[in-house]
Every structure is written in C-alpha cells, then in structure tokens.
Design a protein around this ligand. Structure first.
Ligand code: CU
Ligand code: ZN
Length: 197
C-alpha cells in the first residue's frame, strides 16, 4: 500500500514536471528583462514602433536609421543619416522589404496600395510611401522628422516589412511615377521594434 502511494506520488510529480517542461520555455525566458508583459503563444500585440537600418547600395556611402513611432495622431518618422551628398534626396517607402539587389531595385516601386499618383507628403493624393525628401548638410549628415497620417502599422497601409529607399537626387514631388529622384543610394527593411525608445 505504501509502495503504491509512493508510486502515485512519483507519477504525480513526474506529471507536474512534465507540465512545466511542456510550457513554452521561450515565453518566460524572452519575457525576462523586458518591460513587455509575457504574451501567449501566437497572440499578436499591436505594433507601436518600427525601425529600418539604412545600408548603402553598391558604390555608395549613405547609411543611417529610420524610426517609426505610432503617436496616436499618425506615425512619427525620425531619420538620421550620414554619407549623403549635400542637398535633397528622395525618401520613400517602397513596396518590398528587399534590399538584395546591389542597386536597390529589388525594393520595387513606391508603396502605393491605393493606386494614387506620386506626390508630396503633404498632398491628399499621393503614394502611401511618398515621404518627400531628406536634406543633407555640407557634411553629408541629414535629419528628418515628420508625422504622417498615411502610414500605418496595420491594415492595407501597413509599412511593416516594406522597404525604405533613399535616392541620389531630389524628389521633385510632381514627376510621375517616381518624382525623378534618380538612383538608389541607401536601402533598408522596416521591421518591428521593441517599442521602448
Ligand atoms: Cu524611392
Ligand atoms: Zn511616389
């Protein structure tokens, strides 16, 4: 009888250990050290911040980082770059988050889910990806801040997983379909950021 009880206890303990062992271990491990509460497996939290690291295309030196933060009144776009030629450079969200081609053409055309004409970021009719220009000083450094009401982190206008292209020349904000901004000097992929910036 005592042996049988012991056996049951061992069985119960084994089951408990098994239950703990079967819990998605990554859940607790990844939750530790972050401010985000643990999430159940497969449960999507809304994206509140995204980021793109901009790398130079072949033969260029332009690089930087673009942050996208949901402000509640639109997406705040904050960009810092270096290695540009002085002056304005077309700056757009492109359709594909694919910087694999040496010249950046793998990113496709401007992100345009609503089939609109190319325009300025302030236009009511524009490509969703039309963010105008980023302006570099005489040292090649550039900073851009802009709150955009076309961009989104969800739905048809979602920019998550799409590309950022910086061009050699200025976007004239009118020429179709691209603003005539020339070659692509930097490319990045927009990914989900941790959101505690
Ligand atoms: Cu572009
Ligand atoms: Zn465009």
């Amino acid at each position: 009888m005592r042996i049988r009880n012991l056996a049951l206890q061992v069985a119960a303990l084994t089951m408990m250990a098994g239950a703990f062992g079967c819990a998605p271990s990554g859940e607790t491990a990844e939750g530790e050290g972050t401010t985000n509460p643990p999430t159940a497996a497969g449960q999507m939290q809304p994206v509140t911040e995204a980021v793109a690291v901009l790398h130079p295309t072949e033969g260029n030196q332009a690089s930087g980082i673009a942050h996208f933060v949901d402000s509640g009144m639109g997406i705040r776009v904050i960009v810092d770059m270096e290695g540009l030629s002085p002056g304005d450079h077309g700056f757009h969200v492109h359709e594909y988050g694919d910087c694999s081609a040496p010249d950046g053409t793998s990113a496709g055309g401007h992100f345009n889910p609503d089939d609109q004409p190319h325009g300025a970021p302030t236009d009511t009719e524009r490509h969703v990806g039309d963010l105008g220009n980023i302006s570099a000083d005489e040292t090649g450094m550039a900073h851009l801040e802009w709150t955009d009401t076309f961009l989104s982190f969800s739905g048809p206008h979602s920019i998550v997983g799409r590309g950022i292209i910086v061009h050699a020349g200025a976007d004239d904000l009118t020429s179709q379909p691209t603003g005539n901004a020339g070659a692509r000097v930097a490319c990045g992929v927009i990914g989900i950021a941790r959101g505690d910036m």
